[in-house]
Design a protein around this ligand. Sequence first.
Ligand SMILES: NC(=O)C1=CN([C@@H]2O[C@H](COP(=O)(O)OP(=O)(O)OC[C@H]3O[C@@H](n4cnc5c(N)ncnc54)[C@H](O)[C@@H]3O)[C@@H](O)[C@H]2O)C=CC1
Ligand SMILES: O=C(O)C(=O)Cc1ccc(O)cc1
Length: 315
Amino acid sequence: MSDIRFEKIALIGIGLIGSSLARVIRERRIAGNIAVASRSSETLERAHDLNLGDSYTTSATEAVRDADLVIVCVPVGASAKVARDISDTLKPGAIVTDVGSTKQSVIEQMMPVLPETVHFIPGHPIAGTEQSGPDAGFAELFDGRWCILTPIAGTDETAIDRLTGFWHACGSMVDRMDPEHHDMVLAIVSHLPHIIAYNIVGTANDFETVSKSEVIKYSASGFRDFTRLAASDPTMWRDVCLHNKDAILEMLARFSEDLSSLQRAIRWGDGDKLFDLFNRTRHIRKSIIDAGQDVDVPDFGRHVAQTEGHGEDTL
Ligand SMILES: NC(=O)C1=CN([C@@H]2O[C@H](COP(=O)(O)OP(=O)(O)OC[C@H]3O[C@@H](n4cnc5c(N)ncnc54)[C@H](O)[C@@H]3O)[C@@H](O)[C@H]2O)C=CC1
Ligand SMILES: O=C(O)C(=O)Cc1ccc(O)cc1
């Protein structure tokens, strides 16, 4: 039983993240009542079948009525619309947060629309998979993972503490960050890897002298790891690219320069340069494992094998 209680939590969007939150909130008794809102009635029906909430509606406006915590779990490009939909029915004093992968754009979209009577605290759980939709979620998704909050200056500290307590109850560790810094850090550690994966899988797909069957047959290599990331939700990642444009372009420029340097080393047979880079980078992997942040590899695999029957190995 958790000591953090919200009378009513409204989840706007019930895909991978929204449904994982629904599951952990219910399992750990974090809220008395879970209201689920989804744009599509098909998704809502599925959420109902999975018993993810206490009430279900296609109207975000209705879901947030009387909620003391509202969590927006939609692709970042839909943030402004959701903020417009909910602003008139939000309870004064409610905490409104989100889980979007980009933060500056979400703040720009939501902040001007939300009433001053609520506490708006943007957030981002650094936890996920390539799956999407209400079936893909699981209660343990946030265990041992970081959640980054990017509060706006002047936000009520009690509300931030309450939201921090919520994420702790979900199993996460919580960090605070400036939204601009968040977007730069996430551009390199999350957004660029996905873009590179989409690109390499696309290149292989277009490569006409290698047949599709060969790509599949011999993919028990690095390529296979890229295909997992490249299977991620296209709407979500389109929105991430469009809404973290500046930071992603900055990181892509650096990446391209470094790739050119690598290309030159291969062309001119500069083995020392290649060895030095490859030797330096293998230590990064070791640091991640030592910091216990490789949980997605064994844990997600185990979970998937035991419960959902989807997904496979991870990058
Ligand atoms: N998938 C992941 O690994 C992670 C995703 N995130 C962020 O979480 C948010 C949700 O992602 P997922 O749950 O993975 O996506 P999902 O595709 O599984 O679910 C998205 C939900 O939003 C709803 N939705 C889609 N477009 C909408 C619109 N225009 N208006 C209202 N509702 C709409 C869908 O019906 C669905 O219920 C995104 O902002 C994403 O950047 C954050 C951390 C990890
Ligand atoms: O599946 C993976 O490897 C991920 O990287 C999941 C993920 C996707 C988007 C985020 O904003 C945070 C985590």
